[in-house]
Design a protein. Sequence first.
Length: 244
Amino acid sequence: MIDFHCHLDLYPDPWRVAERSEQLGLRLLSVTTVPSAWSGTAALERDRIHTALGFHPQLALERVKEISLFAELLPRTRFVGEVGLDGAPEFRASWHAQVEIFERILRLCADRGGRILTLHSRRATEPVLDRIEAVPDAGTPVLHWFSGSAGELRRAIDLGCWFSVGPSMLAGKRGRALAARMPRDRVLTESDGPFGRVESRSAFPWDVDRAVRVLAETWGMDLREAEQQLENNLDRLMETAGAS
Ligand code: MN
């Protein structure tokens, strides 16, 4: 199983979640929300648990000074996220700071030869895609919890984006319809835990099995085939990005 977008450090007991994930053989990308959280979160790494260096758009304004720490830490990881833009009304005041930070991060990634990026694009699909298009050398974008229109999805696919989809997204009709249009060789699963939810509780990395079930149904595969498709996808992503 794969959880390609999980906030491991934000669970009440991150060590336990990491340990359980390892026992279950999960391949996990542990994302961070601010650069200052990276070192502590990286301490949770295991064989199959990687840590991404992030700068969440919702924190861009209050943490703007951490961009220098981001630049300093970037050489230490091949994974960047959670980064991106959030166009919801409650974050309008920070929009300019968000754009400045996100553009800076994309350029830093390009300067360092590219990274695998897990991207937040809530209510900001077009602006995120515009920036990806402007800095193609930033690396391989993985749009997490995509919630744009069918047209925006088409554009994202044409730009070479990958997608990580989770149980929360696939619980609704709209999310399922979008997932059905994604190229199946560019799809990964995610929990977005502890923010992602299943049955009114925080999602854990192993809850991605629910997403695998939906994808198997969507793709007309049995569970094992769908699992294999997802594992092959991640192998390929790691290879193209030169990460191990
Ligand atoms: Mn997230």
